[in-house]
Design a protein around this ligand. Structure first.
Ligand code: PLP
Length: 374
């Protein structure tokens, strides 16, 4: 078979991206001083109904700035899911705060909100929730807990552009929330991220941290250590163009996800498919994940290799934080076990899900997957 390889993700850049990028070059606005950054911040934060948007260089940097802006550090505890990306935990650990983990729900793969309360101690300062793969976390009970215990809510909505929970935009639930614009997200700026909040002080602190904590009056005199996390006008040009098409992209992603499910249903024994919806949201299929039952006798790593050899690019699920060698070497999470996260990270993977995937490619991917898995 000499059919071309189908990559796990290809972004769709056929709107006004080229036009706005050319504008950057023609006008010379290529750094973070350009006019499109403020425009992108205003349009993006309006889309999620927030007062402030602070564009940064990537989603990880957004989380780093948020942890610092909340003044988290030694003696503080932050509750987060073990099933997530390393970006969520690295600045918590670097700050000297203690990450406290909860397991996942086996059906939605999101953090199991029912496990949060037993992890709250007098030192708990914040809950970081992470919406995983296309369905939001069950927010109402989580927000009730945060309110009851006076905890800050940090919302990682990196995978949730355009998604809602009970009709309210994801990214509007945290005291402070973040997004990523990596090319596999629903809208991309190549590399990029955004912090959104309604809190004036937090917004000001994040803006300052993004820009080395330069002071307006005494530019080179610093009261605090920041970073250079600035987004460029070139990235914002992509962002503005992509944002124009968010609704269309979400419709397309839903259509792709539902087509996969239609092709697979009843034909993939012992394989768990993503839920099309919950009582509070319809899946936007950031990625289309599959979890293979261990009784089939192989894990995700093996199936990814086999599908790759047949021209289908796949990726494993996240690897749990409590099993990360770098964190275990620091003495974190000793003797802790989170069986759901351990299982889905071992048996779970996702198939090509990018916006540029054609219907024909979806059919081919589905054929190859069903041949390998039935
Ligand atoms: C992609 C992602 C990030 C990190 O974003 P980058 O822009 O790649 O740094 C953080 N959290 C989640 C849940 C993500 O999916």
């Amino acid at each position: 078979m000499s059919e071309e390889f189908i990559p796990v993700n290809t972004p769709l850049l056929n709107g006004n991206e080229e036009k706005y990028l050319l504008d950057c070059i023609r006008t010379g606005w290529i750094s973070s001083e350009g006019p499109l950054i403020k425009k992108f911040e205003a349009q993006f934060s309006a889309q999620v109904g927030r007062k402030h948007g602070i564009a940064v260089s990537n989603g990880t940097a957004a989380i780093d700035a948020v942890i610092e802006a909340l003044n988290l550090g030694p003696g503080d505890e932050v509750i987060l899911p073990t099933f997530t990306i390393i970006s969520c935990i690295s600045q918590i650990v670097r700050s000297g705060a203690k990450p406290v983990l909860v397991d996942s729900d086996p059906v939605t793969w999101n953090m199991d909100v029912a496990q949060v309360e037993e992890k709250i101690t007098p030192r708990t300062k914040a809950i970081m929730l992470v919406h995983i793969y296309g369905l939001p976390v069950d927010m109402d009970p989580l927000l009730a807990l945060a309110k009851k215990h006076g905890l800050k809510v940090i919302e990682d909505a990196a995978e949730m552009h355009g998604q809602t929970y009970k009709g309210k935009p994801c990214g509007s639930f945290g005291d402070i929330s973040i997004f990523s614009f990596y090319p596999n997200k629903h809208i991309t700026t190549g590399e990029g991220g955004m912090i959104v909040t309604d809190d004036d002080q937090l917004a000001e602190d994040c803006r300052s941290l993004r820009n080395l904590c330069f002071q307006p009056q005494k530019r080179f005199v610093h009261e605090r250590l920041g970073w250079n996390l600035r987004m460029t006008n070139i990235q914002a040009a992509l962002g503005v163009a992509q944002l124009e098409r968010l609704d269309e992209f979400i419709k397309l992603k839903r259509k792709m996800g539902l087509l996969y499910t239609e092709l697979f249903s009843g034909r993939l024994p012992d394989v768990q498919l993503p839920l099309a919806k919950t009582s509070y949201a319809e899946n936007i299929y950031w990625v289309y994940g599959l979890v293979v039952d261990e009784k089939r006798g192989f894990d995700a790593e093996e199936i990814i290799r086999r599908l790759g050899a047949k021209g289908v690019g796949c990726r494993p699920f996240f690897y749990p934080m409590h099993q990360q060698p770098v964190l275990k070497r620091m003495g974190l999470f000793e003797n802790e076990s989170y069986p759901v996260a351990e299982r889905i990270s071992k048996q779970g993977f996702y198939i090509p899900s990018g916006l540029a995937l054609t219907e024909q490619q979806i059919h081919r991917v589905a054929d190859v997957v069903m041949k390998e898995l039935t």
